[in-house]
Ligand binder design. Structure first.
Ligand code: NAD
Length: 306
């Protein structure tokens, strides 16, 4: 950190660059194939933060030259009907990618969604096939938020190889895949969660801390090593507005770099989702260049034992 505070890892400039390239590639796809890829966004119920996020993703689609199709089901929807809706989207050739907005109503198990989405359209990497590919170091669709958390570090020029990264949170959508991606970048990775004893002892030992717990103020300056780099993935609605999981005031006095909330990981997540949409559309129309499994581009994939 400098006298003026830590370096802020901002998502917007990275996302702007990604979106500009996407727009060009999306237009080229349309010229070549005569249709615009559609992202189907399935939303069940009325959760207010979800509704805000949905508008953002639909706007991102428009800006990138893709079609965003909102499939809004009432709060009382049955799991069977949700599954049928997803199957219809799987069969629709204009729909290249499908995401389902979380949280789902408590009555509907997440497995209904995860099992139903065609892995070729699962652009947020929820399906076991895509998650298995990630774990073994093959190319599949990565969960966009986890990818964004690692991308913001890489694109900000933060060295990762050999460094100790602590991930706080072990969900299948963020924490666990972020840990696997950091392993792929040759970090030494510790994963902490709600049952971790003495969280601060772990985070204080870390060069890099990625926090995805959904608990405002969970990580404070006293829990961080001087000079550490922090990526705050949390999005929490509090009385003052949107905040992350890190107490920015106390953390800023200690760390060398930190991603703010809002303005850090969030903008990159949407741009990555749209990149995945375009890749899914290409694969579906042209077929992947090589139908066999492809290794992810890294010297020692996560599944490597070396
Ligand atoms: P989740 O509720 O599924 O998982 C939270 C994880 O945090 C769990 O593994 C839990 O064990 C851990 N945790 C909870 N309390 C803890 C504590 N006191 N100490 C240590 N670990 C604790 O949430 P999620 O879907 O993984 O999302 C995490 C956060 O990321 C949320 O705030 C969510 O809004 C945010 N999010 C951000 C984006 C983005 O684009 N920036 C996208 C998705 C989710």
């Amino acid at each position: 950190m400098t006298a003026s505070g830590p370096r802020l890892l901002l998502g917007a400039p990275i996302a702007t660059e990604m979106r500009a390239r996407l727009k060009v590639e999306m237009a080229a796809f349309r010229r070549r194939h005569g249709f615009t890829p559609t992202l189907a966004v399935v939303f069940v119920g009325r959760d207010a933060p979800s509704a805000v996020y949905l508008q953002q993703i639909l706007r991102s689609c428009r800006n990138a030259g893709a079609v965003g199709r909102l499939v809004h089901l009432p709060a009382g929807e049955t799991a069977a009907h949700l599954r049928r809706e997803i199957e219809l989207l799987n069969a629709d050739p204009l729909v290249s990618g499908i995401i389902v907005q979380m949280p789902l109503p408590k009555r509907i198990p997440l497995s209904v969604v995860i099992d139903a989405i065609d892995p070729a359209k699962d652009i947020d990497g929820l399906h076991p096939r895509n998650f298995g590919l990630l774990a073994l170091g093959y190319e599949g669709f990565l969960p966009a938020t986890a990818q964004a958390a690692v991308e913001i570090l890489k694109r900000s020029g933060i060295a990762l190889e050999g460094r100790h990264a602590v991930v706080v949170g072990r969900s299948n959508v963020v924490g666990k895949p972020a840990a696997l991606l950091l392993l792929r970048e040759h970090c030494t990775v510790t994963v902490c969660h709600s049952r971790t004893v003495d969280l601060g002892a772990h985070t204080r030992a870390a060069d890099i801390v990625v926090v995805a717990a959904g608990r405002p103020g969970l990580i404070t300056g006293t829990m961080l090593k001087p000079g550490a780099v922090v990526v705050d993935v949390g999005i929490n609605m509090v009385a003052e507005g949107i905040v992350g999981d890190v107490d920015m005031a106390s953390a800023s006095a200690v760390v060398s770099a930190i991603s703010p909330v809002p303005g850090g990981v969030g903008p990159i997540t949407n741009a990555i989702l749209l990149q995945h949409l375009l890749r899914a559309a290409r694969d579906q129309v042209e077929g992947p260049p090589d139908r066999r499994l492809r290794r992810a581009p890294t010297r020692h994939p996560a599944g490597s034992t070396t």
